[in-house]
Design a protein around this ligand. Structure first.
Ligand code: PXG
Length: 441
């Protein structure tokens, strides 16, 4: 229990993905935010190295997004998206599909990345069934994949600790590709690693094992995010695409993290030149201002599902808050900001300096790998013997004490700053990590 009387009682909140008891003994709370900075309840300014949680791509409290949400809240607070609607939802769908790779011509709105993933999986089943291939019910995910926390998402996901407790209750018929993390061959790669395209060929073995005609879709993150920033080996995504085409499987890219400029273009699909059949987004869609996700869908899939009598619902799926007016207002304003401030181009322009700064940490104590693509970066540490993740947690705390927020996933320190970051601030982030690494050695 906290003794700071300025804070409310912390006990009643069951915190997500948090060691609750430890946190409540030494809480860290934010009071406000602006641009690249948070301010804590005890008045410290913290440079945000992780865009909130890979989402605030336009920087905190961007005035244009704030104004759009405020105006929307005072005009139309809520409108159901079932059999009714409001113009902003249709407008945002048009803006998103225009931004997406050619062919992804439809958008379905949800409220989170987890919902986007489960929606995409259901769309794959609906599409195959509508084509008379109802036996295609299996999904293939990937080890170390993170696809949110719905039952679909944890089933295709490959983060062991997120699955363990629920292992008996997941979707049946799911298999996993091997992950692409290969320290022996790829450590300290700059950008996409050279080795590992052949790991995609495991799909051929998995497909043969289960009979290709039972598989609905393959889902991967173009760059695995939560598993510690694992950029795809050169040629890997192309091979996955070719194999999916060969066996009639849909390819889903989960771009909840890689969407909206993170890799230097609108989507990882564009950066890596591989177009999926379904593409999930969330986070940066509203620059984190209002919860919202979406599935961007190939025209073939939409057309395939639009069958049967016209008065009958074609896809029995949706959420009370699908296309919520506040989320749509935030999404439209965020897309305006990304365009008018050239933030995707800015991310691409800054990426070489980001890469150079990050790789300057090579040689510091216990650094066993450094990875980067666009404005995503990771420094992997050697685990402390007998105390897994403890070293990385110490780095987190040292950085925070220096006024810098980084993200720890396992033994990896991740950086994924707002796209408005300056080169000087990139330097500050990396210097703080460097000092922390020396201090915790
Ligand atoms: N897919 C991907 C690729 C994600 O990264 C989700 C789906 C789920 O989104 P929601 O909105 O349901 O949380 C995510 C979420 C981390 C971290 O630090 C990353 C996420 C969530 C929490 C922590 O790595 N990504």
């Amino acid at each position: 229990m906290t003794e700071d009387t300025r804070l409310p009682d912390l006990e009643p909140l069951w915190m997500p993905f948090t060691a609750n008891r430890q946190f409540k003994r030494s809480p860290l709370l934010f009071q406000s935010a602006e641009g690249m900075y948070f301010t804590t309840t005890d008045g410290r300014r913290i440079l945000d190295g992780i865009a909130g949680l890979w989402c605030v791509n336009a920087g905190h409290c961007h005035p244009r997004i704030v104004a759009a949400v405020q105006a929307q809240a005072a005009t139309l607070d809520y409108a159901t998206a079932f059999n009714l609607g409001h113009p902003a939802a249709f407008e945002l769908a048009g803006r998103l599909t225009a931004l997406a790779p050619a062919g992804l011509d439809y958008a379905f709105f949800v409220n989170s990345g987890s919902e986007a993933v489960d929606t995409a999986l259901k769309m794959a089943l609906a599409y195959h069934r509508a084509r008379g291939e109802a036996q295609r019910i299996r999904f293939i995910g990937r080890e170390r994949g993170y696809h949110g926390v719905g039952f679909g998402g944890i089933s295709v996901g490959g983060i062991v600790s997120n699955r363990r407790v629920f292992a008996g209750a997941m979707l049946p018929g799911v298999d996993h590709l091997p992950h692409t993390h290969d320290l022996a061959r790829n450590a300290f790669s700059r950008g996409l690693p050279a080795h590992g395209a052949g790991l995609a060929d495991a799909l051929e073995r998995i497909v043969a094992l289960h009979d290709p005609s039972t598989i609905a879709a393959v889902i991967v993150e173009p760059v695995a995010g939560s598993a510690g920033v694992l950029p795809p080996p050169r040629g890997y995504l192309e091979r996955l695409r070719a194999l999916c085409d060969r066996y009639g499987l849909l390819l889903i890219f989960d771009e909840v993290i890689t969407g909206f400029g993170r890799t230097g273009t609108a989507f990882g699909a564009e950066t890596f030149g591989v177009t999926p059949d379904l593409l999930t987004v969330a986070k940066g869609l509203t620059s984190g201002m209002v919860p919202m996700g979406a599935v961007l869908v190939d025209r073939r899939i939409y057309d395939g599902v639009m069958t049967g009598p016209e008065q009958v619902i074609e896809f029995a799926h949706g959420y009370t808050y699908s296309g919520h007016p506040l989320a749509c207002a935030a999404g439209l304003a965020a897309l305006d900001v990304y365009r008018d401030e050239g933030l995707f181009e800015r991310a691409a322009a800054l990426a070489p300096a980001f890469e150079a700064a990050l790789h300057s940490l090579k040689g510091l104590p216990h650094v066993i790998d450094i990875r980067n693509v666009g404005l995503m970066g990771a420094v992997e540490l050697e685990p402390r013997p007998g105390a897994p993740t403890a070293r990385a947690m110490d780095v987190f705390r040292h950085c925070f004490d220096q006024g810098v927020l980084v993200r720890i996933t396992g033994e990896t320190v991740a950086l994924t700053p707002p796209l408005v970051i300056s080169e000087g601030q990139v330097g500050q982030l990396v210097e703080a990590i460097g000092r922390a690494l020396r201090a915790v050695a």
